[in-house]
Design a binder for this molecule. Structure first.
Ligand SMILES: Cc1ncc(COP(=O)(O)O)c(C=O)c1O
Length: 439
């Protein structure tokens, strides 16, 4: 394990990173952005080490991917063994155990004890696309309901399902049809109870689409890119009940919130919501690309043979990594660790809010926490302050991520392998960044 410390030996980014940034500009398409251009040479525990020898604290986990930490021992062990055995056969041509093992794990871990089956893919967006395909075949209906502030990916169908225009959709249309957007529960901004917000969304869908036309309702149980909004209690259960009553497939997109991140295996567990289909990716495979649609066996089996798949879906190395990551989660009680990290972050953020009224909301669950910045006493988004604090954190060697429809939300997603001291040091830096950016 690399040394667990924050240490800056140059400015951030340092000269070696800046030199590489010029190469990036020459060879990598400008459309592929980079938030913090330090070129990484090693990572593990709670730190990232760059080419200049700086050691930064990681509060982002590569956007909620390295939940078990970078190069977690069981992931490395499994991946090494798998690459030496074989790297690819294509599961659709000649199968292998690791794929089936991952599907078995998903049947056991995802909410509900009904019969479940899984299909594996590469990216989160691909999983969401396939969940819609399955829901359409199973119901014989076309319409897909999504929510304000949703993020489901960057492929054509998932762009249509994603809410935010810039940078995800601008200029990339026309988008897929039969995608309808409903109002999300957003306690800071709508002041509605979960039941009231669900009634509003249901009425909207009923009147504008018609329950009988909906193949599925797809929702992130805690919004990801949209700002880590936690719907008011009761919202998800009411929505799920309505779906069941009308034969609509309830799809929980747990690509960001799943696999221990929120202090449960899945965010749906908190209110006992049992989705018909659940999409997973990110934290599942410790950094390797793997995604899944898991759900009711009858729905999953409604698709004709050959209708689901892809060349690389469920690649053996990615499956081996996932089995290692799940082993790490079980062995080290990472749901418990996420809850402990969540308690620490909440306390630090509560203290910060006491000093800075620009923090309008603290929300999230477990190791998926966020603060929303607004002009004091209002819900007017303060993206400028968010950017200033973020830049100050980066200069001081802490990798923080922002999100939200208005770009005014900090999201904290530390790897669950981070130590308490390092986590506190990171929040000392965040606290200092608020103090030095005024307000
Ligand atoms: C909730 C959610 N769904 C889907 C996606 C898309 O995943 P990917 O980037 O792997 O395609 C993301 C990615 O951030 C996500 O957070």
């Amino acid at each position: 394990m690399i040394e667990q410390k924050r240490e800056l030996v140059t400015e951030i980014p340092g000269p070696e990173s800046l030199a590489r940034l010029n190469r990036k500009k020459a060879y990598v398409a400008d459309g592929v952005g980079t938030m913090l251009p330090v070129f990484v040479t090693a990572a593990g525990g709670g730190v990232l080490v760059d080419v200049d020898g700086n050691s930064l604290i990681d509060l982002g986990s590569g956007i909620a991917v390295t939940t078990v930490g970078n190069s977690a021992p069981a992931v490395v062990r499994n991946v090494q063994a798998q690459v030496e055995a074989f790297t690819h056969t294509c599961f659709m041509i000649t199968p292998y155990d690791a794929y089936v093992d991952v599907c078995e794990q998903l049947a056991e871990l995802t909410p509900g004890d009904h019969a479940k089956k899984t299909a594996l893919f590469n990216s989160g967006a691909e999983a969401v696309e396939n969940a819609v395909k399955i829901a359409r075949v199973a119901t014989g209906r076309d319409a897909v309901a999504v929510f304000d502030h949703a993020y489901h990916g960057r492929t054509n169908l998932t762009m249509a399902m994603t809410a935010k225009n810039m940078p995800y959709k601008q200029g990339f249309g026309p988008f897929a049809g039969e995608v309808y957007r409903a109002p999300m529960s957003y306690p800071l901004r709508d002041g509605l109870s979960g039941e009231e917000a669900a009634a509003r969304a249901i009425d909207h869908l009923d009147k504008q689409v018609g329950a009988g036309n909906l193949a599925c309702v797809a929702i992130e149980p805690i919004l990801g890119e949209g700002g880590f909004v936690v719907p008011a209690p009761g919202f998800l259960p009411a929505l799920s009940r309505w779906c069941t009553d009308h034969g609509i497939v309830f799809v929980a997109d747990e690509i960001q919130s799943g696999f221990c991140r929120t202090g449960d295996w899945f965010a749906c567990d908190d209110e006992g919501v049992i989705p018909d289909l659940i999409t997973t990716a990110k934290g599942m495979a410790g950094g390797l690309p793997l995604s899944a649609v898991t759900g009711r066996a009858d729905l999953m089996d409604s698709v004709h043979a050959g209708g689901l798949g892809g060349t690389y879906g469920g690649n053996p190395v990615a499956c081996a990594a996932a089995l290692g990551a799940i082993e790490e989660m079980r062995t080290h009680d990472l749901t418990g660790r996420a809850r402990a990290i969540g308690a620490m972050m909440t306390e630090r953020l509560e203290n910060l809010r006491g000093e800075h009224p620009v923090i309008a909301d603290i929300r999230g669950r477990g190791a998926m926490m966020a603060i929303e910045l607004c002009a004091p006493g209002t819900t007017e988004p303060d993206a400028a302050r968010t950017a200033a604090v973020s830049a100050a954190c980066h200069r001081a060697g802490v990798v923080t991520l922002t999100c939200g429809t208005w770009g005014n939300v900090f999201r904290f997603l530390p790897p669950l392998s981070i130590g308490d001291d390092l986590l506190h040091e990171a929040f000392d830096v965040v606290t200092e960044a608020f103090a030095t950016t005024g307000g």
